[in-house]
Design a protein around this ligand. Structure first.
Ligand code: DAH
Length: 349
């Protein structure tokens, strides 16, 4: 076999191998095998040149260089192809896909009890009431005495009070965690003159065992209006509007006589069950009515105590249980769910 035949064989074999090689390492070792300076097949052929006669030298030299250039170009093309493929592969395997939609973070929102309290306050503020606030640690005087619970009056026992240890006011009376939002009435009346229309939302505390409808900490919205000639009719009109704003135009209210020391007469107010259209359901316990708040006309003792003249002004007051409203509104039958703060429960509101 002549050298020219060898060159031809090198050409066909090397090109065939290049076409089947499928990775960069094999391509490089192939390149070294055929084109390597010292030991490559082509170099070996060129090393023979000195032994050839001038004619053969020229022919073999030209032929070998041609194959060398063709093979180099072919390897270069293949190299680019394999590089592109490996880049595409690593891109497609990478975890970062900028075209994917984002995994939206869970956005926080207000607690259902806070939402309900805000709703109640917003209804009354649209009806012309101002916002008032008072502290959670109160004096015995504001929480009880000024609200017409005389010292040692049994009505105090109805509220299981948390007293603040070792803290007493100037008169030696203990401080306590307010058992209702009604003391805000006293604070507000002492610092303002009628006419006044306020709502006071807030947290209240009672030393009570926790069950489906009781907790040692819960929320109320207190309302107070003091003006000339305020009557039960005003209270009824206002609470009727409130019920319709919060529960829809079908909502009705009813008054039942009741007793609270700081109002006279005192009433309890029921709202018609809008969940069952008063047909009777689990939430209204088949009665068609939901007990929702206490109210009444401000007792003359209370008005006098803050320096108002009961012959010139009168007022109504009401206290709404926020958790009760929230339970009714959302059809929740166990108050404890509001305090356990299970995110699966809270996410629904
Ligand atoms: N403070 C009362 C309670 O917590 C609720 C209440 C009843 C508030 C009658 C009032 C009212 O303003 O007039 O039990």
């Amino acid at each position: 076999m002549s050298i020219l035949d060898d060159i031809e064989t090198i050409k066909t074999e090397s090109l065939k191998e290049v076409s089947t090689v499928d990775n960069l390492e094999s391509l490089e070792s192939l390149r070294l095998r055929f084109l390597g300076r010292k030991d490559g097949h082509i170099s070996k052929v060129l090393q023979l040149l000195p032994t050839l006669n001038p004619d053969e030298k020229k022919q073999v030299g030209r032929q070998a260089n041609e194959v060398k250039r063709a093979l180099e170009a072919c390897i270069e093309d293949k190299k680019r192809l394999l590089e592109d493929a490996s880049l595409n592969q690593s891109l497609s395997q990478s975890a970062l896909d900028l075209t994917l939609p984002d995994r939206s973070a869970f956005r926080g929102k207000l607690h259902p009890v806070t939402q309900t309290m805000d709703d109640i306050v917003s209804v009354f503020s649209r009806l012309g009431f101002n916002l008032a606030e008072g502290p959670e640690v109160e004096t015995d005087f504001n929480n009880f005495t000024a609200l017409n619970h005389p010292p040692d009056h049994p009505a105090r026992d109805a509220h299981d009070t948390f007293y603040v240890k070792d803290l007493r006011d100037a008169s030696g009376a203990p401080f306590l965690l307010r058992t209702h939002t009604s003391p805000v009435q006293i604070r507000y009346m002492k610092s303002h003159q009628p006419p006044l229309y306020i709502v006071a939302p807030g947290r209240v505390f009672r030393h009570e065992a926790v069950d489906a409808t009781h907790s040692f900490v819960f929320h109320q919205v207190e309302g107070l209006a003091v003006d000339k000639d305020i009557s039960m009719a005003d209270l009824k009109g206002m609470l009727g509007l409130f019920a319709q704003h919060l529960f829809g135009s079908k909502a009705r209210i009813r008054f039942r006589p009741s007793f609270f020391p700081f109002v006279e007469p005192g009433i309890e107010v029921d709202i018609s069950c809008t969940l069952c259209d008063q047909k009777g359901c689990r939430v209204c316990k088949q009665s068609g009515w939901i007990e929702m708040l206490g109210a009444g006309l401000v007792h003359p003792h209370v008005l006098r105590g803050v320096g108002y003249n009961p012959d010139q002004v009168s007022g109504y007051a009401f206290g709404i249980g926020v958790e009760r409203v929230a339970m009714f509104k959302y059809g929740v039958d166990d108050m404890r769910l509001f305090y356990e703060n299970d995110i699966r429960f809270l996410k629904q509101f």
